[in-house]
Ligand binder design. Structure first.
Ligand SMILES: [Zn+2]
Ligand SMILES: [Zn+2]
Length: 413
């Protein structure tokens, strides 16, 4: 458990991201397999007993790069060996084990790997199970039940990305870019991107096509071109993003990454009632959205940087900022990096307050704005809906009580 805000003496993420670079592929043994074109693996499902012993080790090994996601690494493996996505899934054991498709298992593995999958993939690729697990979302989300709403809401549809990181890392993706609360790159001080500048599509919402050899760092969305469906192929490293030099959003991003990785929060308004990071993330979202909904534009603009405000307003005006809710958990929420950065920059300092009373005082500008619009800050229905943490419930009651007192002391007309 860490206290929040958590500030390590030497920031772990930043120096690592500034210095990492794509590892070179390591050629190892089995040259005869490559020369004779022998199949890379036999076709026993990973869930079956003894599957590990019926799989062959791959003739070429590709080391994961720092913070790389599992799917990115599998694509790098396919690209390095000029294999199709279907061939690499077969060679690493992701195929129909329990009546589901290989794509289903590969998509599920982005969240967490089963013990059998860890064993088989490690055996085939030479990458240790612990390293494989670090490439999934499990260290960030902890409870990886795909059906649980609070957990699924920690992810975005597909993945966001930093174009500069992609260029420097040879098109290899960071695993935490799939988190809802990933909106900025601390290494390059910029807002993350989420769409291709050629086709405008969200990235990594679906696996590559089975017959395609992945092309690292390019858009893999399939779009109609000259009457046929083709891969877009737009360069993602050339997507333009907002520079956030000296912006609060960078500091907030660093702290949120630490909180999500730690798994619990026990600082700020949570000092007496620590909460899991999933609950904290929910508090952050509902409080930030409430502030954005009830605050006046110039009040909001005064609390985030001009550049972030402009980007947020632009996305909202274009109707790109739109929640996407489904009932099945896996891809629950879609937002934009600018909107999530705005929400986090507004709400994080409140949750970080020394106590509930000082947090309530910091929200007086919102309740003043509500009064001007004819909304009563004393009514429960004018606050956030649903279940939040005990600390955020206490904050709501304190704000309501403060407004009740103001109402009682106001002279009657
Ligand atoms: Zn970056
Ligand atoms: Zn594209």
């Amino acid at each position: 458990m860490v206290r929040w805000p958590y500030r390590p003496k030497t920031p772990r993420l930043l120096p690592k991201m500034l210095t990492d670079s794509p590892d070179r592929a390591l050629l190892v043994g089995h040259r005869e397999d490559m020369e004779t074109g022998a199949p890379a693996a036999k076709s026993d499902p990973p869930g079956c007993a003894g599957a590990r012993h019926t799989m062959r080790t791959l003739p070429i090994r590709v080391n994961p790069v720092a913070e790389e996601s599992l799917d990115s690494w599998l694509e790098a493996l396919a690209s390095r060996t000029s294999s199709t996505w279907g061939e690499i899934l077969q060679a690493t054991g992701f195929f129909d084990a329990r009546g589901n498709t290989a794509s289903y298992w590969a998509a599920r593995a982005i969240v967490s790997l089963t013990a059998e999958q860890l064993d088989v993939v490690s055996h085939c690729t030479g990458v240790r199970p612990r390293r494989l697990r670090e490439m999934t979302l499990q260290p960030w989300i902890k409870d990886t039940s795909s059906q649980r709403r609070s957990v699924a809401s920690l992810r975005v549809t597909g993945s966001r990305f930093c174009p500069v990181c992609l260029r420097e890392r040879g098109g290899r993706w960071r695993v935490w870019w799939r988190l809802r609360w990933a909106f900025a790159c601390p290494a390059h001080a910029c807002l993350l991107a989420d769409t291709c500048s050629v086709c405008g599509g969200l990235q990594r919402t679906a696996p590559p096509r089975f017959r395609d050899v992945p092309n690292l760092g390019s858009c893999s969305r399939v779009i109609p071109q000259s009457g046929q469906l083709r891969r877009c192929g737009g360069s993602l490293s050339s997507v333009r993003v907002l520079c956030l030099d000296n912006d609060l959003a960078i500091e907030v991003q660093r702290e949120l990454l630490c909180v999500l990785h730690a798994g619990r929060v026990s600082g700020g308004i949570y000092a007496s009632t620590p909460v899991p990071s999933a609950m904290f993330a929910r508090d952050l979202r509902v409080l930030g959205q409430w502030m954005l909904r009830h605050g006046r534009a110039h009040d909001v603009a005064a609390r985030i940087s001009d550049q972030l405000w402009q980007q947020y307003a632009l996305r909202a005006a274009n109707d790109v900022f739109r929640p996407l809710i489904t009932n099945h958990g896996a891809r629950m929420t879609s937002s934009s990096p600018a909107a999530d950065a705005a929400i986090a920059c507004m709400a994080a300092p409140i949750l970080q307050s020394a106590d509930i009373e000082s947090a309530a005082k910091s929200l007086q500008w919102v309740t003043s704005s509500m009064c001007r619009r004819g909304l009563s800050p004393s009514k429960r229905c004018n606050y956030w809906p649903g279940t939040t943490s005990p600390a955020l419930d206490a904050l709501r009651r304190t704000v309501q009580c403060a407004n009740d007192r103001v109402g009682r002391t106001r002279p009657s007309p």
